[in-house]
Design a binder for this molecule. Structure first.
Ligand code: NCD
Length: 335
């Protein structure tokens, strides 16, 4: 890893040296990434962190390309992160959301995508409440599609930014023990992270109440815990998940107060982890439900703001490497 500070044209040189051609036309899931692909994306993203820290952040990698953010679900950080990533790479970016599109007039997901496709975007970033929505769109449009979260399925750029954050905090992801805690059942962040963290050589634990643990979790190659203190014992990283109340059509937890008592991360539970433990959360946080503010805001343990910063760099790496396929002509056309 090279995260030594560099200035000006040095950074652009580093970005050029680390240029990477994405292995497929779309980025829908972490499942198809190989270890060399993941390392190449993380190396490139690391170089973009340097760019994002200089006063002049804009380069021309995506000049002439059009990026459309198609968000059918509310989002603040992911949507603005992709928008900034596209703009800093010089792309024309457009944001579409269901409230302002014809989706409210009954147009289907596919119709909306086909209409956008006819305007010849190069990259379509999609977030939708249905698992599989991004895959479906990818089969219908001629541009690249990036999955920015599809239901409870996957959120691959979140996993990439989390890996980048960990790599910069610890030097390497391999060998870390990471506990992913809370509402695993409804979490696309957890699914993508399990896959990528394992690919990078981390030991993954899932910690949460049985009602919020997917029935097949034991087959994911992880250790499953139904007790927070046992699950946190000797871990290097605690990744908290939001209690996804909007995805629950029934009572999965007795009350948010009781949930915090057993599953909320506070200093007392965190004390079971290894010294030097780091805490992550993809946001938005329910303070006092899954995480205590004292932990979330403690600069000695919290990586939460770093995750937001790394999000822009990780997405720039994905967009730039997808565009490298576009720029390489017809051979780049496959799925
Ligand atoms: C996550 C998401 O939308 O899946 N948030 C995010 O991308 N910043 C997690 C969540 O909503 O809890």
């Amino acid at each position: 890893m090279d995260s030594a500070p560099r200035d000006g044209s040095d950074i652009e040189q580093l970005i050029a040296e680390r240029a990477f051609r994405f292995p497929s036309r779309h980025f829908l899931s972490v499942a198809k990434l190989t270890r060399p692909d993941a390392d190449a994306l993380l190396n490139l993203a690391d170089a973009f962190v340097g760019l994002n820290r200089r006063p002049e952040k804009k380069i021309s990698t995506l000049r002439g390309h059009t990026l459309v953010n198609l968000f059918f679900e509310a989002s603040t950080r992911t949507q603005s992160s992709f928008e900034l990533a596209g703009k800093r790479l010089g792309a024309d970016t457009v944001n579409m959301s269901p409230r302002t599109s014809s989706m409210t007039k009954g147009e289907t997901l596919i119709d909306t995508a086909m209409t956008l496709n006819a305007m010849k975007p190069d990259i379509l970033i999609v977030r939708h409440s249905a698992s599989g929505a991004a895959d479906l769109l990818a089969q219908k449009v001629s541009c690249s599609v990036v999955n920015a979260g599809d239901g409870g399925h996957e959120h691959p750029t979140q996993a990439l930014l989390d890996a980048l954050t960990l790599r910069r905090a610890f030097g390497d992801v391999a060998g870390l023990t990471v506990a992913i805690c809370g509402d695993v059942l409804h979490s696309r962040v957890a699914r993508s992270n399990v896959g990528l963290l394992q690919l990078l050589g981390a030991h993954v634990r899932l910690v949460g109440p049985p009602t919020l643990m997917p029935s097949g979790a034991a087959d994911w190659g992880v250790e499953v815990f139904h007790d927070m203190k046992a699950g946190l014992r000797d871990v290097d990283v605690v990744m908290m998940l939001r209690l996804q109340l909007e995805r629950m059509d029934g009572a999965f937890v007795p009350s948010t107060r009781e949930y915090f008592r057993y599953w909320g991360l506070d200093a007392e539970k965190l004390a079971y982890a290894r010294p030097g433990v780091k805490v992550m959360h993809p946001g938005p946080m329910n303070r006092g439900v899954e995480i205590d503010s004292g932990v979330a805001d403690d600069p000695a343990v919290s990586l939460i703001q770093d995750q937001v910063e790394m999000g822009v760099a990780a997405r720039m790496a994905v967009l730039a490497s997808l565009a490298a396929r576009l720029d390489n002509g017809p051979a780049a056309g496959g799925v």
